[in-house]
Design a protein around this ligand. Structure first.
Ligand code: NDP
Length: 334
């Protein structure tokens, strides 16, 4: 098995020298074990946080061990009655082509005809659940709400806009980092308005896109986007603080919003969350999302990078915005 390990904690943007590739020989299967060949790996922004030696909601990556994270593959050899050969499984064993572990470390998932398995790492998986939990349980979306989403053309963002509309939101506004993404938001993802945050101050662009204010803000970015949302909020506005990717590679501290007084003046609620605390919603979400898919109501994009050896590049490209929808690494030969 070829595996990628973290060997040094990055300062600022991660470098290739912070990682190494190793070859691991697995022995014969022990009773209860399965061997899984990965087909797709997930690269996610939260992984940058885990490269730091800091206490957080997930423990840091261990130096000299294989990078863990979401992946999906197929059982190719089995010594477990629970997971026979051929079963499609989701797991967290991360950046490797093959993994051999006890069957209890894997979750069998059904193949959905016509949909790629990689969707379990995106729209049908944690990404979609993040959008759903944030909108319904944290921002407490109500029918007719005007919703603003930052990072709108990314994995979570493309899910948020569509789910918001499907749940009855009024106007949905998105921001993203290229004109191509902005065009897709309105043409494919049902956004009523969108802007490129690189084309001018977010405050001005959001005010223009939301002349009647916003009721819900789904924050993937932090920084100037959060500041702009605080100004744009109507009374009683709610923000689901999902991520702050604008600061993930920062080496120092960043200034906070300069307008926190808006929380008082407008009785705003800002609430952070992690999807891991909402796994109880997975069943409800799966049912809704597979239903929407079968009715043709959900669009998705994936940016697929081929080859395990390109996983770090895929991660860095995602952090820089090269992806539309979910960034995925395909480890199997297409
Ligand atoms: P994305 O697919 O959205 O990829 C990251 C995107 O971030 C890039 O495509 C890029 O798009 C954008 N970006 C990068 N730098 C900046 C910047 N300085 N300012 C604005 N945008 C930037 O990733 P995910 O959908 O997986 O994650 C989105 C957010 O959700 C992240 O903040 C992540 O940490 C968070 N998250 C939180 C979870 C939770 O449980 N709370 C679970 C999953 C994700 P662009 O071209 O638009 O700049």
């Amino acid at each position: 098995s070829t595996q990628i390990q973290l060997v040094a904690r990055p300062h600022g943007w991660p470098e290739p020298s912070d990682f190494r590739t190793v070859s691991v020989e697995y022995g014969d299967l022990e009773p209860g074990q399965v061997r899984v060949e990965n087909e797709f790996l997930s690269v996610d922004p939260y992984m940058r946080g885990r490269m730091r030696d800091e206490k957080s909601y997930v423990p840091p990556f261990v130096l000299g061990e294989t990078m863990t994270g979401g992946a999906i593959g197929r059982v190719v050899e089995s010594a477990s009655d629970d997971l026979p050969e051929g079963t499609v499984v989701l797991h967290q064993y991360g950046w490797r082509d093959v993994v051999q572990e006890d069957a209890s470390g894997f979750k069998a998932v059904p193949e959905v005809p016509g949909l790629p398995l990689s969707l379990y790492l995106g729209m049908l998986g944690m990404t979609g659940l993040t959008a759903y939990a944030g909108l319904t349980r944290i921002a407490r979306l109500e029918e007719g709400d005007t919703v603003f989403v930052s990072g709108a053309a990314g994995a979570v963002g493309t899910a948020v806009g569509q789910i918001a509309k499907l749940l009855g939101a009024g106007r949905v506004i998105g921001s993203a980092g290229s004109d191509e993404k902005v065009e897709l938001l309105t043409s494919k993802y049902g956004y009523d308005a969108a802007f490129n945050y690189k084309n001018g101050p977010v405050r001005e662009q959001l005010a223009a896109a939301a002349p009647d204010g916003i009721d819900v803000y789904f924050d993937n970015v932090g920084g100037d986007h959060l500041e702009a949302a605080l100004d744009a909020f109507n009374d009683g506005g709610r923000a689901a603080l999902c991520g702050a990717i604008s600061v993930y590679n920062s080496t120092g501290t960043e200034p906070g919003p300069d307008n926190m007084v808006q929380l008082i003046k407008k009785s705003l609620t800002l609430e952070g969350f992690t999807v891991g605390s909402h796994l109880n919603l997975a069943g409800e979400f799966q049912e809704l999302m597979t239903g929407w898919f079968s009715e043709g109501k959900v669009a998705y994009d994936e940016t697929v990078v081929d080859g395990l050896e390109n996983t770090l590049d895929a991660f860095l490209d995602m952090m820089r915005g090269a992806n539309i929808g979910k960034m995925i690494v395909r480890t199997s030969t297409p």
